[in-house]
Design a protein around this ligand. Structure first.
Ligand code: FAD
Length: 273
């Protein structure tokens, strides 16, 4: 098995982890060492070139069950697979997630969202391993905010229960396809971790970077996407160091504009402070 984090992140960047484990069942997730960091699809991660001196658990616990309009998904289910299941079953409410390359567990931790929707809008319960025991948390106990939750590195989401609306399969499919088309029109398809920075309320940091002329700026193999100025793409052979150089330029631009810089991407490993 590949122990390079570049093989487990959508950026395709990152050195070796001390150990990588795959968790395929709920019991395997519950039994993970408290030390382990859980990754879903690694689509929100910038991993250090020096790797990570710890255990990384890759979540492949994938099962979906339906009971009327209630759907429970294993946290390792890809959002794309969940959207396909919901379309097949005529269940509406998470179409915005079509095209986000993450897992259910990662989406809950990040409170992923797009096109005005967020995962927390439809979440009834999440089952979370905390301090060695699995507990059920209702939505309002999870501290959801914009691209944020009260879950921390020690918490492991196992199963998530969503409440959806009834619709026809064709209507669900059509709305999902519409969002996926919008995404393709405005975002790059290369290797990335999605948006680098969060948007402070009422501010588009992408527009600020665009106006500052950052689109197309390169450091090594990393490039600020010519299509979307808040996304950095690994055009081939980019290192985490290359990405960090671009992030530093972006931070300078935000500082000049007095806009708070809060990364949406999560750093894994040592970045020298
Ligand atoms: C092309 C592209 C487009 C994107 N578009 C969007 C978008 O529109 N909206 C959006 O919100 N995000 C977007 N993202 C970012 C990312 O896909 C989401 O944040 C996604 O939900 C992360 O899921 P993941 O499984 O990849 O999480 P990972 O990147 O693997 O992990 C992210 C964080 O969640 C934690 N985590 C993962 N699984 C679990 C679990 N089971 N239990 C506890 N913690 C866990 C990890 O430890 C880490 O802290 C995009 C990314 C890419 C590459």
């Amino acid at each position: 098995m590949c122990d390079l984090l570049s093989g487990w992140t959508t950026f395709g960047i990152g050195g070796r982890a001390r150990r990588i484990e795959i968790a395929r069942t709920r019991d395997e997730l519950i039994g993970l060492s408290a030390e382990a960091i859980v990754l879903g699809r690694g689509s929100n991660i910038l991993a250090s070139d020096d790797g990570y001196d710890g255990i990384v658990a890759i979540n492949r616990y994938e099962r979906i069950e339906r009971d009327g309009n209630t759907v429970t998904a294993g946290s390792g289910v890809r959002l794309g697979a969940l959207c396909a299941f919901l379309a097949e079953n005529g269940l509406s409410g998470l179409e915005w997630a079509c095209g986000i390359p993450g897992s259910v567990g990662g989406a809950v931790r990040m409170n992923a969202g797009a096109f005005g929707g967020e995962i927390s809008d439809r979440l009834s319960y999440a089952y979370v391993v905390r301090d060695g025991a699995e507990k059920r948390f209702a939505c309002d106990e999870l501290g959801f905010g914009y691209r944020n939750s009260a879950l921390d590195d020690g918490d492991v989401v196992t199963d998530v229960t969503f409440e959806l609306d009834s619709a026809t399969p064709s209507a669900v499919r059509a709305l999902g396809a519409e969002y996926a088309d919008k995404r393709r029109a405005t975002q790059p398809t290369g290797k990335s971790a999605g948006s680098v920075f969060k948007n402070p309320r009422g501010v588009s940091v992408g527009r600020i970077f665009d106006e500052a002329g950052l689109k197309g700026l390169r450091r090594g193999g990393a490039e600020i996407s010519p299509k979307h100025a808040n996304i950095i793409v690994n055009t081939g052979g980019a290192t985490a160091c290359d990405v960090c150089k671009l992030i530093a330029v972006m931070k300078d631009v935000l500082r000049e504009k007095n806009v708070a810089a809060h990364e949406e991407i999560i750093y894994l490993g040592d970045f020298g402070g």
